[in-house]
Design a protein. Structure first.
Length: 604
């Protein structure tokens, strides 16, 4: 009997805690069909699976026979990944980005490999790595910077030239061999690296880079750049200098004066002299609050901090500008000599920490003010300088609004003025679709920038989106914004009424929950690094349905089943029985026998 995926992956994760442990039997895990059911469950719902790969097939028709065929080829090592089909998608700047579309069977196998690699490597990754990892995100990277970069004087903004396209295959394989002593598994990874892509009916070899559009690309990238993370740990141990900054002589002088006054207060009995001493004490404390405790540019005190998200990284330096130049140059040499990667000279910037550095769409800088502030009790206290600020900028908001096509820039009296505009292409959408799209876009933008110190600035984004929506409805009904607001007003809110599938009247409101800054995100510097194995603990309904050997359409038992997929439920008309069945169950999949599947595709 095959071991459950949960036990297999948990065992790998347990062994991975030992840095010296080498994995020798990973390839045989690929013979466990239960792993493929879990993999299928994880990826089946993604719309991209309904896009044809280079073999002309989609996820539709997946079943036990495909899994058995795949395992058979893996056992005799005849399996060969098919080249990805290259397509191009538009970028914000008007250019096009290449995207690889693998065959679905390759996606399925890659997901199994990804699960194995994640269990094998996750616990060995550094806490400074945040991209494509369980319980980590852009927000955890940003909050880590806000927590650990306090007091930095310089930023080094890391940018690796075409990272995903320039990963060296031999270096990648050698890194894998450090932990994996399984030649068959290593050979399979190399096959994926060399699978190539097809463009304009022509095959192109891939001499470097990760698999085009591959599910295993992110985990392979993390394994590759973990070398940089570990180098930075070593570099920090060598770079950091001194236990604390040298005491500021002016601060020390006032501290001595304060202690003398406090001593006199304890023994003074004359009330008038006591009042004079108290007055003098307050003056000294007020003056002391304006003076830094330590010397900010102490040559005997240096620190370096680092955080990475995928191929973007940010380094903070407490030291001189020349120290930062040295850091940049030595990292450049490490990447070139050890990982065969290049730093982009024009994009790898050294920035004074009082000016903003760009990282993951945020502006990051050190708070400039060293003035004292009042605490909750109203007392004037020292404002500890050097705190990191995460900011969203008007430029970021402007770019997003232009991307959405909801704003136009006009010049008035020499100034650039933002004017909301409607979206003509949405005029044929129903009222609820228009409202939901605007709500989703507003929530999406707010969710990403909700941890910004100036998140209230998103109100500017909200205002343009709100009036663009009014104008979109105005375009649809050929009327004014005023009439639209009056038509849809419900109390003080803008709302759309609609009927659900049961015929019940419902109301959907336009977003109006504000843009308060969120301080809590899923971040903890000592968070559990083990893979999330909860998802493997039991068979899901989809897995049960596929293995039940009973057609959900005609009821035939003990037959080979295939999954019929649709891209979106809302596209089903409900004319045929199978469509009615999928709509009633609210499922984009139905497990059917080969005969029923053929009839569905032939309209019978």
């Amino acid at each position: 009997m095959k071991r459950s995926p949960e036990k297999v992956l948990s065992s790998l994760a347990e062994h991975s805690k030992s840095k010296d442990y080498k994995f020798e039997r990973l390839y045989r895990i690929l013979f466990n069909e239960e792993m493929y059911y879990v993999a299928y469950q994880r990826i089946y719902a993604k719309e991209g699976n309904m896009t044809k790969g280079s073999d002309g097939r989609t996820i539709d028709g997946t079943g036990e026979s495909l899994i058995n065929e795949l395992i058979g080829m893996l056992k005799d090592e005849s399996y060969q990944p098919q080249a990805s089909r290259r397509v191009y998608i538009p970028k914000k700047n008007g250019k096009r980005r290449p995207l690889g579309v693998p065959a679905f069977r390759d996606k399925l196998l890659q997901e199994v490999i990804r699960m194995i690699l994640e269990a094998t490597y996750e616990s060995s990754f550094e806490n400074t790595s945040h991209g494509f990892r369980p319980k980590r995100s852009c927000h955890t990277a940003l909050k880590a910077i806000q927590t650990t970069f306090t007091g930095v004087k310089w930023f080094v903004e890391g940018d690796i030239k075409g990272f995903f396209d320039n990963i060296d295959h031999d270096v990648m394989i050698n890194i894998l061999k450090e932990r994996i002593a399984d030649d068959r598994f290593i050979r399979l990874i190399r096959k994926f690296l060399r699978a190539g892509y097809i463009e304009n009916w022509t095959f192109h070899n891939t001499q470097s880079g990760t698999p085009q559009g591959g599910i295993i690309s992110p985990i392979l990238a993390n394994i590759y750049l973990d070398k940089l993370d570990k180098y930075m740990v070593m570099y920090k141990n060598q770079f950091d200098k001194g236990k604390e900054r040298k005491r500021n002589p002016e601060y020390r002088k006032l501290e001595v004066q304060r202690n003398n006054v406090v001593s006199k207060l304890k023994t003074e009995k004359n009330e008038d002299k006591k009042n004079e001493l108290v007055k003098k004490l307050r003056e000294i404390e007020k003056e002391r609050n304006d003076i830094p405790y330590g010397i900010s540019l102490d040559e005997n005190y240096k620190r370096i901090v680092y955080q990475r998200y995928a191929d973007d990284f940010l380094i903070g330096v407490i030291g001189s500008e020349s120290d930062s130049q040295t850091v940049k140059e030595e990292i450049k040499q490490f990447l070139l000599n050890n990982l065969k990667l290049e730093l982009s000279e024009e994009k790898t910037l050294i920035t004074n920490a009082k000016r903003p550095a760009k990282f993951l769409g945020y502006d990051i800088y050190v708070r400039k003010s060293d003035l004292p502030k009042r605490d909750k009790a109203g007392r004037l206290v020292r404002n500890y300088g050097g705190r990191i600020v995460l900011a969203v900028t008007m430029e970021t908001i402007r770019k997003k609004l232009l991307d959405y096509g909801v704003v136009k820039m006009v010049h008035h009296n020499g100034n650039e003025v933002w004017k909301p505009k409607g979206r003509y292409y949405m005029k044929d959408n129903d009222d609820l679709e228009i409202l939901e799209q605007y709500n989703a876009e507003i929530r999406g933008f707010y969710n990403y920038y909700s941890i910004a110190n100036n998140s209230s600035l998103i109100n500017s984004f909200y205002y343009i989106m709100e009036y663009s929506m009014y104008k979109t409805y105005g375009t649809k009904y050929r009327t004014s914004v005023h009439n639209i607001i009056e038509k849809y007003r419900l109390g003080k809110e803008f709302a759309v009424k609609y009927h659900n599938k049961k015929g019940e009247e419902k109301t959907r409101f336009f977003y109006n929950d504000g843009f308060k800054r969120k301080k809590d995100v899923n971040y903890n510097s000592s968070c559990d690094q083990l893979p999330n194995t909860v998802i493997y603990r039991s068979s899901t309904s989809l897995m049960d349905r596929l293995k039940a050997n009973k057609c959900e359409l005609c009821g035939t038992e003990n037959c080979i089943l295939e999954m019929h997929h649709v891209r979106k439920l809302k596209n089903l008309i409900g004319k045929d029985y199978w469509e009615k069945l999928m709509i009633a169950r609210q499922r984009k999949t139905i497990a059917v026998c080969l005969d029923c599947h053929t009839k569905i595709h032939h309209g019978k």
